[in-house]
Design a binder for this molecule. Sequence first.
Ligand code: ATP
Length: 231
Amino acid sequence: ATPILNGNIKFENVNFTYPDTGIQALKDVSFEIEQGQFVAIIGRTGSGKSTLANLIMRMYDINDGQISVDGTKIDSLNLNNYRKQIGFVPQEVFLFSDTIKNNIAFGLDQVTDEEIDTAAKNAAVYHNIIDFDQKFETMLGERGITLSGGQKQRVSIARALIKEPRLLIFDDCLSAVDTRTEEQILGNLGRIMKGKTSILIAHRISTIKNADKIIVLDHGKIIEQGSHTQL
Ligand code: ATP
């Protein structure tokens, strides 16, 4: 049986330097996220937010300190099984020259139309899609249409949500979405991620005001952490 991800994440004195450039992106970072929490990560450009998300995704090995997931060291988890349970939306959206449907269903074997619809609705992009003549069969890319930045982000969010992830990580993927639509998406997340962990890297105060925990990074260090009222 494959272990179910609960979404408890613990960083203990984590240091991380990018091997190619020698840039130390995280310095002595410690925090704990409990299953079911909605956590916001904020900080200015280059403060280490994406790096932190990438380390949770286990894209790199850390130099020292420890990252554990559900009490197990991250590097002893089965990587495939671990990542399969995470809905990760990277900062740079990648869409293929393929139909919207296949872009949302990317990486999954069997997906029903109903699941596609639900994911699109939860990502607040359903109405945009059904306005196209070919609806979910609309081609993207060179031989198809070009989506707006906000639409691309929402298709990318739909792709993460269709996995029914046990852990959700948004790397600044609401930047091109207007505040009303953002509010809709956050409302949907509150419902579908109830009891599961969500980590949002964000810029707007509107995105993070309901977070259980806010982590503030500056030059690779955590300078504050707590709830909105505590900070
Ligand atoms: P932004 O808000 O601009 O996305 P960020 O807070 O997410 O910034 P990171 O992208 O984590 O910050 O970058 C932290 C530091 O690590 C920066 O100095 C950046 O130049 C460096 N860095 C980021 N990604 C890489 C990489 N793949 N290779 C080398 N250095 C990197």
